[in-house]
Design a protein around this ligand. Structure first.
Ligand code: HEC
Length: 129
């Protein structure tokens, strides 16, 4: 009987562990601290916008609302880039997430190999409000 309860407890613990991971995307502190090395000037925002339209819009939508043309095929909501919760995240955090990806969010080190390009997309994501 005791063993039965231990097994239930272990099961519940590991289940809540899974839930926790899914609701919270952990980014290493070192990465979150990184500063965007490039200025958010007109030219760079225009490049960020182009890259976003090409690589991100199909899922994240033109206005960053998570309502792109592919959104319906996804099991995971891609997020609302206009939300305060989203914008509160550091540049380094967004850069890390878009670089390494997770589950349905692709990683972009191959499709967007230049670090600079990925940082310019971070600047562009700041224009969603
Ligand atoms: C195939 C669809 C798809 C494409 C293409 C895509 N994403 Fe995502 N993205 C997602 C999904 C789904 C999530 C949610 C992932 C999760 O929470 O596990 C996500 C999450 C994110 C997040 C984290 C959101 C948050 O709330 O913290 C960022 C940042 C992000 N994407 C940026 C980008 C950028 C920038 C691009 C283009 C370079 C891009 N994504 C391309 C599907 C996509």
């Amino acid at each position: 009987m005791n063993l039965f309860f231990v097994l239930i407890a272990v099961g519940l613990l590991s289940f809540s562990g899974v839930l926790y991971q899914n609701s919270d995307w952990k980014v290493p502190a070192e990465e979150a601290k990184k500063k965007n090395p490039y200025p958010a000037d007109k030219e760079n925002l225009a490049i960020g916008k182009q890259l976003y339209a090409k690589h991100c819009q199909s899922c994240h939508g033109k206005e960053g609302l998570g309502d792109g043309s592919k959104a319906e095929e996804l099991d995971t909501f891609a997020g609302d880039f206009t939300a305060e919760e989203f914008q509160k995240q550091s540049d380094g955090t967004l850069y890390y997430k878009l670089t390494v990806g997770r589950d349905e969010m692709p990683e972009f080190t191959k499709k967007i190999p230049l670090e600079e390009d990925r940082w310019l997309i971070v600047h562009y994501m700041r224009t969603f409000k």
